[in-house]
Design a protein. Structure first.
Length: 306
């Protein structure tokens, strides 16, 4: 049986890109739902948003309606004509059924037992593949959340991607405001965001790394710098390291470089002022200092501390 992995963040640090990358590898079958949000919902200090579940329910209803509509269209023809004309294939019936099943299975995960069953059912379908999920919010888990995750999957491997803290925070702001109240002048919201746990905890690399270092042997946790993972000059090297870590064959330079040119889940553009940059650098200084000490360097693309 092949291994299991968890991508635990950070948010806005290339986890969607990593999911696409691993989905292309013939030896890997990530869960069909990238972000399960099981452990972060279970251990949330405040009641979590039901937005993800509501989106899944809406997709389930829409997919079921589309499937019914497509069958309805075929009822006006004879069975012979349906098969002769390739009606089922043309209407992508199988694709709709697959999506309905995937969403229904996702919505059936309501507690630890059902989560474990969901993972094991996926494992049973792909016994010879590396499987896993990527939920960036897992980087925010409290100690007991990390403890349960790592005890349930003691042989699993973990990937944590770190992006320049200021760039990550700015991308998070842009993305969150796109989904909520519109862009406006984000620079006016920087100071307020630094007082909100929903932003700051996702930039607290020090806490996440210390939690993982305390629970997981070093050979089962792989730390990656986002800028090096997606840069044309270093992507092949960094992706190869990820593939080796998971026991996967290498995709090859051409496939990786093609993916480098296809950023995933990109936040809308907005210009950060020097004042905002200085404010964020000062607030996030402990993260830069921690990374420099823990990993012996800061990536060249990261902000320089003065």
């Amino acid at each position: 049986m092949a291994g299991t992995f968890f991508g635990i963040g950070a948010q806005k640090a290339g986890t969607s890109w990593l999911y696409q990358l691993l989905s292309l590898n013939p030896g890997c079958k990530p869960l069909p739902v990238k972000e399960m949000h099981f452990f972060d919902r279970k251990y949330a200090a405040t009641p979590p948003s039901n937005e993800q579940i509501l989106r899944d329910v809406r997709r389930l209803v829409e997919s079921t309606a589309k499937l019914a509509d497509r069958f309805d269209k075929g009822l006006s023809t004879t069975k012979t004509q349906m098969y002769h004309d390739g009606f089922l294939a043309k209407q992508r019936i199988g694709m709709n059924v697959e999506q309905i099943v995937r969403l229904a299975e996702r919505l059936s995960v309501i507690d630890t037992d059902s989560y474990v069953r969901y993972i094991e059912d996926w494992r049973a379908r792909w016994p010879d593949k590396v499987i896993g999920e990527i939920t960036p919010a897992y980087s925010t888990l409290p100690s007991q959340g990390f403890a349960e995750l790592t005890s349930l999957y003691q042989d699993a491997r973990y990937i944590f991607i770190m992006r320049d803290p200021v760039s990550r925070m700015w991308s998070h702001l842009r993305f969150a405001n796109k989904n909520q109240s519109g862009m406006g002048d984000l620079n006016e919201r920087v100071a307020a965001s630094l007082q909100q746990d929903s932003y700051t905890v996702r930039s607290d690399y020090a806490r996440t790394v210390r939690e993982m270092d305390a629970l997981v042997p070093q050979d089962r946790i792989h730390y990656v710098f986002f800028e090096e993972m997606v840069s044309p000059d270093t992507a092949v090297r960094e992706v190869s390291r990820i593939e080796d870590f998971l026991g996967l064959s290498h995709l090859g330079e051409e496939a990786i470089q093609e993916l480098v040119n296809q950023p995933a889940n990109v936040a809308p553009k907005a210009v950060m002022t020097e004042e905002s940059s200085a404010l964020l650098v000062d607030a996030l200084r402990p993260q830069y200092e921690f990374v420099a000490e823990r990993f012996g360097r800061l990536p060249t693309a990261w902000h320089r501390l003065r």
